[in-house]
Design a protein around this ligand. Structure first.
Ligand code: SAH
Ligand code: MG
Length: 194
C-alpha cells in the first residue's frame, strides 16, 4: 500500500520539488469540477502529483513523462505501490523528444522551467476541445519579481526565462491565460473562444 505522507517525506529528504499542497488542491478541484479524465503530465519526478491526480477519480487516465532515470525508477515503484499502473502510463524520455498523438483534457507542465514555451508549443496540439494547459512554479519561489537582484547568473537566466514564458502567455493570440497566486504560482490556459 502506498502512503502519500511517505512520498511527501521522501521528497523533503531528497529535495524533490513536488507540487505544493495549495497548488495540488487547486488542480484536484479543477479536475473534479470539469470532470477531467485524460491527463498528460510533463515532469513526473517521484509520481507524487500524478498519483494524487489519479486518485481523484477512478476514470482518470494519466500519461506522465520523465527524463531522469532515477526519478523514473522511483515513480514506477510508487505507482505500483498505489496499484495505479493501469491508469498511469510512465514514459522515460525527454518530453521534447517524445511524440504523442493522443488528446488530453488537461496538460500539466511541471518540468524544466527554461523549456516551458517549447513544451507549450509542442503539446498544444494534444489538447481536446475545451482542454487546458496548467503550469506550475510561475513565481519560482518568489524569485521572479526582481530578477536583477539575483546574484547567480544561471539562476537569473532561468528566472528571466520564466518571465519570458509569462509574457508569452499574456500576449498569446491563441490562448487565454488566468494567473493564480496559489502555491508557487499556477496558470490555466484555454484556447480562445472555447
Ligand atoms: N510533477 C511533480 C514534480 C516534477 S519536478 C510533482 O509535483 O510531484 C520536475 C521533473 O521534471 C524532474 O523530475 C525533472 O527530471 C523532470 N524534467 C525536467 N525537464 C524535463 C524534460 N524536458 N522532459 C522530461 N522530464 C523533465
Ligand atoms: Mg512544480
Amino acid at each position: 500500500m502506498g502512503s502519500i505522507t511517505e512520498l511527501e517525506n521522501y521528497a523533503k529528504i531528497h529535495k524533490i520539488p513536488i507540487i505544493q499542497k495549495e497548488g495540488l488542491e487547486f488542480i484536484i478541484n479543477y479536475i473534479k469540477k470539469h470532470k477531467i479524465t485524460k491527463i498528460l503530465e510533463i515532469g513526473t519526478a517521484i509520481g507524487y502529483s500524478a498519483i494524487n491526480m489519479a486518485q481523484t477519480d477512478k476514470n482518470i487516465k494519466i500519461t506522465t513523462i520523465e527524463r531522469n532515470e532515477t526519478m523514473y525508477g522511483e515513480a514506477r515503484k510508487n505507482i505500483r505501490k498505489f496499484g495505479l499502473e493501469k491508469r498511469i502510463t510512465l514514459i522515460l524520455k525527454d518530453a521534447l523528444d517524445f511524440n504523442d498523438e493522443d488528446k488530453y483534457d488537461l496538460i500539466f507542465i511541471d518540468a524544466a522551467k527554461a523549456q516551458y514555451i517549447k513544451f507549450f508549443e509542442k503539446y498544444k496540439k494534444n489538447l481536446n476541445k475545451n482542454g487546458v494547459i496548467i503550469t506550475d512554479n510561475l513565481n519560482f519561489h518568489g524569485l521572479t519579481k526582481h530578477p536583477e537582484e539575483i546574484q547567480s547568473k544561471n539562476l537569473r537566466a532561468l528566472v528571466n526565462k520564466i518571465n519570458n514564458y509569462k509574457t508569452f502567455l499574456k500576449e498569446n493570440k491563441e490562448f487565454q491565460t488566468e494567473f493564480y497566486q496559489i502555491g508557487d504560482g499556477i496558470t490555466v490556459s484555454k484556447r480562445k473562444g472555447e
